[in-house]
Design a protein around this ligand. Sequence first.
Ligand code: XMP
Ligand code: MG
Length: 181
Amino acid sequence: MSKNPPEVKYFEPPVYIAEADIKARVRELAQKINAEYGMQEITAICTLKGGIVFFTDLLRHLKMPVVCEFLGVSSYGNHTESTGEVKVTLDLNEPLIGRHVLVVEDIVDTGLTLSYLQDYLKMKKPASVKTAALLFKPEALKTPDLKIDYIGFEIPNRFVVGYGLDYAEKFRGLPYIGTLE
Ligand code: XMP
Ligand code: MG
């Protein structure tokens, strides 16, 4: 006779943006991107780790030929606040010279990370660099000149998790965006 395993209950953060709403919005963003690039081949850069879920969902709606690249970035700071100093923890595999680059980011908070990344990528002489960010916290922005071409949702300045986003590496697998506050 096998015994049932004990039931383990993890903390489930309350829903802030529901799975169905994310799905619908990601599809809309992809339609916009498809309309703007047409059949132009692009290099889509997934920023690790937070961008993984948004990237793979978005990718499945893109119609043009896409070369996938992964860029590991980590911003120095504590769990909930970045300092603006960015470290590249995993670099790109392919040169970007002459390529149309689409950066896929989970969230733009102060904007310091994305601003650093855009400068970093422009040094590699791509034909163009555009950015898609699932979430954007306009109230937290410290880089007013930052350009984000495709934004999923503007949210207030509160800490969110899920759909790739973590708190101390947890909650990345939640299918929705939850809040801890
Ligand atoms: P900055 O401030 O440079 O921040 O725009 C970018 C990075 O900080 C992380 N970040 C968050 N992560 N919930 C998270 O799980 C949040 O609410 C949040 N705000 C910022 C994230 O890694 C992002 O790429
Ligand atoms: Mg990130």
